[in-house]
Design a protein around this ligand. Structure first.
Ligand code: ZN
Length: 133
């Protein structure tokens, strides 16, 4: 459900940027989704295509997954978290409840499960390409 609210926010923001940049037509919108964010790219893409206004008529939506960076609260180690290293059940559990990450992921340096998520949550607009007026 929240993919639709997200799509609405993305389109509104992209439109504002397009107006500021004097784009009369948007060709491509690149969206980044954090690995630990609960977003289904196919649903988001569908919502974007359903809700888009005229300025997006020819727009392509690219949805990319952003890597997660984690920081250990015990030793200060910072590492990039690779989702593919987890088994499928764990990856799915984390996807739906990001807080569960602490059960599955431990600091590779000291083994502590106490870490914070530096990046990897949230959704943001990475890039907009278009045709100038
Ligand atoms: Zn550590």
């Amino acid at each position: 459900m929240h993919e639709w609210a997200l799509a609405e926010a993305i389109l509104a923001t992209a439109k504002q940027i397009a107006e500021k940049e004097n784009l009369r037509e948007i060709a491509e919108v690149t969206i980044k989704v954090g690995q630990l964010q609960q977003v289904e790219p196919p649903i988001l893409r569908f919502a974007l295509n359903q809700m888009k206004s005229d300025v997006f008529k020819k727009a392509k939506f690219r949805i990319l997954k952003a890597k997660s960076t984690l920081k250990c609260r015990n030793c200060g180690n910072i590492w990039q978290f690779n989702f593919r290293k987890l088994d499928k059940a764990a990856a799915e559990a984390i996807h739906f409840v990001p807080e569960v990450a602490h059960t599955y992921i431990k600091c590779p340096k000291c083994g502590s499960p106490d870490f914070e998520i530096v990046t990897g949550r949230g959704v943001w607009l990475e890039d907009i390409k278009g045709v100038k007026c």
